[in-house]
Design a protein around this ligand. Structure first.
Ligand code: GLC
Length: 692
């Protein structure tokens, strides 16, 4: 087990590494290091069957081999297979195969390409395009060992308050207080469990950060207090771009203090986002983060307890310069008979205007008195916005855990908040992408994560939402979110709403277990979700499974991700108990042996597999996290002998977390066909445990 750091060029400090490592001057093991002009590459040969894991939030399989990825935080709502970049840059890859387990983390906030058997099938080439980076070589005796080593040096993962595990109903398009109250009422009246309601950009006054429209929300404080009394919290969005608006305090203060990013000539860079013209805080600077973070206090004072940070790649629809160039192209073409290439050029002048490299090279950051062009540290912008938000929330309430999740991220931000997986589509394939990204993100420290259930873009369908919720039951961040103009996507809009409500009861019944496993994973630098290759490295078949995932060491998930399916094939790498859930109270427990199985799953059924010899606890369903009864638990498992496990619990919100103090031993004894179980302070029902 070892980690070795190698520096190239002038690395930019990224905050990713929490425990600084000494710089090695010997040769990096295994990788051939090549310098080409500015760039530096790390090349390694691969055996035919070697696998590569990592890269956090990225498209395609959990085994990343066979594609070329590029770390470049991108506002791209179309998560298709051909994409090289999504919103995050998680520059960790771990190789596993013939010559053991080793990995590389490239700590570089600029663009890094990962050619993982794309140009040559037997070779991986990882390139820091600017050549300024710290590269960390990792060696371990197992995949999970490599992850734990890496996670140790990047520091403990962010933990949300326990209520952060509650269900969030969200939509771009809840415009007024009445809209939110209506959604809340529709859930509560039907007993659909829920803890949070998102507030998307619609709540703001003209899309100005840290404002709310007093016409739509005449008494925000009172609304929040009412919700709170009903165990509901709101989660307002904060965007990275600040509206260019003299008279708006955020804009005025930022201008006065020189906090927005500037162009080479010293003038403020202006780009457009939701409000039209906007300016961008230089989050790379301590004092700017402090200032922006303090801006969250206004809404915190009104009772808000959670936020989501968005558009922080940063997304730029266009800049003044980019727009001028496009108009110029249009003028040039006006009146011409436009042939194919001119047509392409005209079209590209407009479509290529968003999130353009031209814009990302137009402005600069001030880092410790040094001016650095944005593209050299692009991938850090969102992470530094998260840092700002986290600081602001912590300083407002130092004793309570904050709830914050972001769209863009870089390793390091895993200590400050969670991440949602961005603007997916209502596509079946995105259920699978959601699941696969969980594994990658966990490797990189992001544990509080999940995708927009039901799909963000395009119209969902009842069966898609229903199946997607069945995966969402297990993801720490569980949010149903949809784009403006898409079909209504709240559970109660659908004929099968009762079945979906029942699905949610399972989520709430699992909260004692999920919370315990989430906290343990964070405190032990472990993953909540692992590819099967991590747990069954000797089982060649298991190592290639891409549509199942391990949960918390003891369990496995196998979601249905196909339209009209009434079941699926599942590979069991060992004997397991299938719990086929319909609701928290209604489920079958079926012992199944190692091997391939077809399992029937009606629309309202979904499986959780528990390894033989292990048990998991299930509470009763509840309508909000505060009402989950964690001291009356039913144990589920398939046992031959006694077993034991530990369950972590705490007040759910203090920042001080003492793992040992919060652990309770659950001891299950089997004697002469009788099962008894003991755990201090918890009443246990063992009647559902299967012996054999
Ligand atoms: C971005 C976000 C999405 C949000 C929308 C409007 O596309 O990713 O979640 O609804 O902006 O704020």
């Amino acid at each position: 087990m070892m980690i070795r750091r190698y520096d190239y060029g002038s690395p930019i400090f990224t905050h990713a590494i929490a425990i600084p490592q000494p710089v090695c001057t010997d040769e990096m093991p295994r990788f051939t290091v090549e310098k080409n002009g500015e760039s530096v590459s790390f090349r390694v040969q691969m055996d035919e069957d070697d696998q590569i894991f990592g890269l956090g939030e990225s498209v395609r399989g959990m085994n990343k081999r066979g594609h070329r990825y590029r770390a470049w935080c991108s506002d791209d709502f179309s998560h298709t297979e051909d994409k090289a970049s999504l919103y995050a840059s998680h520059n960790l890859v771990i190789f596993s195969g013939k010559s053991g387990v080793f990995g590389l983390y490239v700590d570089d906030p600029g663009a890094v390409t990962f050619d993982l058997g794309y140009t040559r099938g037997d070779e991986a080439v990882i390139t820091s395009e600017n050549g300024n980076c710290s590269a960390y070589y990792i060696e371990a005796d197992s995949l999970i060992g490599a992850v734990k080593e890496f996670r140790h040096i990047i520091g403990r993962s962010y933990l949300p308050p326990k209520w952060g595990l509650g269900y969030i109903q969200s939509r771009w398009g809840y415009t007024t207080e009445e809209d939110l109250r209506e959604v809340a009422k529709n859930h509560r009246e039907r007993h659909i469990p829920i803890d949070m309601l998102s507030m998307d950009i619609d709540y703001m006054e003209d899309f100005k950060d840290f404002t709310w429209d007093a016409k739509k929300f005449p008494d925000l404080k009172a609304m929040i207090a009412d919700f709170k009394a009903d165990n509901l919290r709101v989660v307002p969005i904060i965007d990275a771009g600040v509206k260019l608006c003299p008279g708006d305090p955020t804009y005025d203060e930022g201008v006065e203090k020189g906090y927005f990013v500037k162009k080479e000539d010293g003038s403020t860079f202006v780009g457009a986002v939701w409000p039209g013209k906007a300016v961008f805080p230089d989050f790379m600077r301590d004092e700017v983060r402090q200032w922006f973070g303090d801006k969250y206090h206004g809404m915190l004072e009104a009772g808000v307890e959670a936020f989501w940070n968005d558009m922080n790649e940063p997304a730029i629809f266009y800049s003044e310069e980019g727009l001028e160039d496009a108009y110029a192209k249009a003028d040039e073409m006006r009146g011409k008979n436009i042939g194919v290439y001119d047509y392409f050029a005209l079209k590209d002048a407009f479509t290529g205007m968003s999130n353009s490299m031209a814009d990302y090279t137009r402005f600069y950051h001030d880092v410790d008195g040094q001016r650095i062009r944005h593209d050299k540290m692009h991938n850090l912008y969102g992470a530094m916005m998260t840092k700002a938000g986290a600081q602001g929330m912590k300083s407002f309430n130092p004793d309570k855990r904050h709830l914050l999740f972001s769209r863009a991220s870089f390793i390091g931000a895993h200590r400050d908040g969670g991440v949602w997986q961005g603007d997916n589509f209502s596509w079946w394939s995105h259920i699978l992408l959601n699941m696969r990204e969980l594994a990658g993100m966990n490797m990189c420290g992001f544990l509080y994560t999940g995708a927009d259930l039901g799909g963000f873009g395009q119209n969902t369908t009842e069966d898609l939402l229903q199946r997607w919720l069945q995966l969402g039951v297990f993801t720490p961040l569980m949010r149903n979110h949809a784009a403006l103009g898409t079909r209504d996507q709240e559970i109660y809009r659908f004929r099968n709403w009762e079945q979906m409500r029942d699905t949610l009861t399972v989520r709430y019944a699992l909260i004692p277990f999920l919370y315990s496993e989430l906290v343990k994973a964070a405190m032990k630098d472990d993953m909540l979700f692992r590819p099967l290759a991590f747990d069954y490295p000797a089982d060649k078949r298991a190592c290639r499974v891409e549509d199942q995932i391990m949960l918390a060491g003891s369990c496995m998930l196998a979601p249905v991700y196909e339209q009209n399916a009434r079941g699926r094939y599942v590979y069991l790498p060992e004997d397991m108990l299938m719990i086929r859930f319909r609701s928290a109270e209604d489920y079958d427990c079926i012992p199944m042996t190692k091997g391939d199985h077809w399992i029937d799953l009606a629309m309202n059924e979904f499986p959780l597999f528990v390894k033989k010899g292990q048990v998991i606890p299930l509470a009763k369903g509840a309508e909000c996290v505060a009402q989950v009864d964690a001291v009356k638990l039913t144990l589920l498992g398939w046992l031959e002998h006694g077993t034991a496990f530990t369950l972590y619990d705490d007040d759910g919100e203090s920042t001080a977390i003492d793992l040992d103090k919060g652990l309770t031993l659950v001891d299950v004894q089997v004697k002469d066909g009788d099962i008894t179980a003991k755990a201090e302070g918890i009443a246990l029902d063992t009647s559902r445990i299967i012996l054999g």
